[in-house]
Design a protein around this ligand. Structure first.
Ligand code: HEC
Ligand code: HEC
Length: 458
């Protein structure tokens, strides 16, 4: 009797094991019913497939920098590369701009201004070429399967040691993948040391270096840092690889993205970087205005238009124009020119937040600002989240800058001078805020292809 019982247990045991193996081996993502992922945590819903590769970029993203509107139109007519499809076109554009007169002119303009030509803003930087700033490396182009896997990883709490924090906890889509909190909170309730910046158009961060202080040399390196960070997710990569392999859906996602089911830190990094690079925002009111202009339409209101003119370094009847677009360049308002800014020293700048910087940033209180896309929803502002509103930011540039040894020359009164008092009037301040609000891209903030694939299960 005990013998038969033991055999029954054995047979039952084998059946159970066999069933488990069968489930594991199918490896397909059961997207119909979001059950547990083999570990009690939810599986992603990937029923809808999205396009991450063919970015339909507007023409002003591909306009060689430094050219004015009339020349730009001539160039885009004669140059099919202006179609701007993903990284291929970006690379082509990059080479072209790199060799061309346009890019030289822009760099010259920047240096000249930095050299303190009495501080008159050169202007026109808002039209610079965007795609030539693309930091996509040749060996990790965005693919649909790669970005899809990256999206799942980005929203998965499994990436944190105690399954409570995902990348998206601190980079929320509704806030352009920034954090509405001044400082973010990691897995054990500890606060980060800086404000989580927006990830929109991180792809066009021309320096290719990441974080406010640019300490990550590439995006592929950056994305693994919060996973291992003690405050953020505290997850050793070897443990993460094993943890993801135990789910019933990741092996298939890695296979789709990289050809086989192996789950490695390198592939995790690549997929996350692909998803982050897919976060391209190109449908703001400001974009519609630039497109409309080509057809002679006026999209912006008078006030917004005034703000745009001011931002871009033109200020009629006033002693000195604003240098905003010299630091927040091109149609996506990013800091750096390709290669990392002046002399390759990075693109960090000190804007006079304090005389003796508390946080040194990349040195001397220098920081690289993220793209100003969607800036109306990315507050609080600056690396420490010190300003709650755009009005406060504008007040700072107008009359709040503090003297500092490392204050950027574009913000000084003369080469070595005190912070320049731009003393914007009420109308000018309102206009700048109105302009910054035209950079909001509602489609981007709600686009389902960037949304939480686990949402249904939470
Ligand atoms: C606990 C909050 C938190 C989590 C979780 C988190 N981040 Fe961040 N992230 C931040 C903060 C804060 C910064 C700015 C830190 C700094 O510059 O020192 C940042 C910066 C970044 C940047 C730099 C952007 C730029 O323009 O330089 C990227 C990219 C990024 N995070 C991606 C991710 C990814 C991918 C994940 C998930 C693997 C993730 N983050 C998880 C808080 C977080
Ligand atoms: C000398 C370069 C420079 C100039 C000129 C400049 N900025 Fe900035 N801007 C920066 C840097 C650097 C930061 C980030 C600083 C920090 O966090 O310490 C920043 C941050 C910002 C932010 C907050 C971004 C965020 O996500 O937190 C806004 C908004 C902004 N700038 C708007 C403007 C406007 C408007 C002007 C013109 C009046 C302007 N900037 C002129 C370099 C510059």
């Amino acid at each position: 009797m005990p013998h038969t019982a033991r055999r029954l247990v054995l047979v039952l045991g084998f059946m159970c094991f066999g069933l488990m193996v069968a489930i594991r081996a199918t490896g397909t993502i059961d997207s119909q019913a979001q059950g547990p992922g083999g570990d009690g945590l939810p599986t992603p819903d990937l029923q809808k497939q999205y396009e991450y590769v063919d970015l339909d970029l507007p023409a002003h993203f591909t306009t060689p920098r430094g050219l004015n509107e009339r020349n730009a139109r001539a160039v885009s007519r004669g140059n099919p590369a202006g179609g701007g499809r993903g990284s291929q076109a970006a690379r082509g554009g990059g080479n072209q701009a790199g060799g061309g007169r346009g890019s030289q002119a822009a760099r010259g303009g920047g240096n000249q201004a930095a050299g303190g030509r009495g501080g008159q803003a050169a202007g026109g930087q808002i039209r610079g070429d965007v795609v030539s700033l693309d930091n996509t490396p040749a060996d990790n182009p965005v693919t649909n399967a790669g970005a899809t896997l990256g999206r799942v990883l980005f929203y998965d709490v499994r990436l944190s040691a105690n399954n409570t924090v995902a990348c998206a906890s601190c980079h929320q889509q509704a806030y352009s993948f920034s954090d509405p909190r001044k400082l973010s909170v990691g897995l054990d309730g500890q606060a980060t040391t800086r404000n989580a910046m927006s990830l929109a158009n991180a792809r066009f961060n021309g320096s290719g270096r990441f974080f406010w202080d640019e300490r990550a040399a590439t995006l592929e390196q950056q994305v693994l840092m919060p996973i291992q960070g003690r405050v953020e997710m505290n997850m050793p990569l070897a443990e993460l690889e094993a943890k993801l392999a135990q789910t019933n859906f990741y092996p298939a996602l890695f296979k789709a993205a990289f050809g086989d089911t192996a789950i490695t830190r390198d592939r995790i990094a690549r997929a996350l970087a692909q998803f982050v690079r897919s976060l391209v925002s190109a449908n703001s009111e400001f974009d519609r205005a630039l497109l409309g202009e080509r057809r002679g339409e006026q999209v912006l209101s008078e006030l917004e238009q005034l703000g745009r003119t001011l931002f871009d370094g033109r200020r009629d009847g006033r002693p000195r124009a604003l240098p905003c677009s010299q630091c927040h360049r091109t149609a996506v308002q990013v800091a750096a020119i390709r290669g990392g800014g002046r002399g390759g020293r990075g693109s960090g700048m000190n804007i006079g937040l304090e005389s003796t910087p508390v946080d040194q940033g990349s040195g001397g209180g220098r920081f690289r600002p993220p793209s100003l896309r969607n800036v109306a929803v990315t507050g609080p502002y600056m690396h420490d989240g010190r300003f709650a509103t755009l009005e406060e930011v504008i007040d700072h540039y107008s009359e709040g800058m503090q003297p500092s040894r490392t204050l950027d020359q574009r913000l000084r009164d003369g080469l070595e001078g005190a912070p320049f008092r731009f003393d914007l009037n009420k109308m000018e301040k309102a206009a700048l805020v109105a302009f910054l609000k035209t950079l909001t891209d509602d489609r981007f903030l709600k686009d389902p292809k960037y949304s939480d694939p686990f949402a249904g299960a939470r």
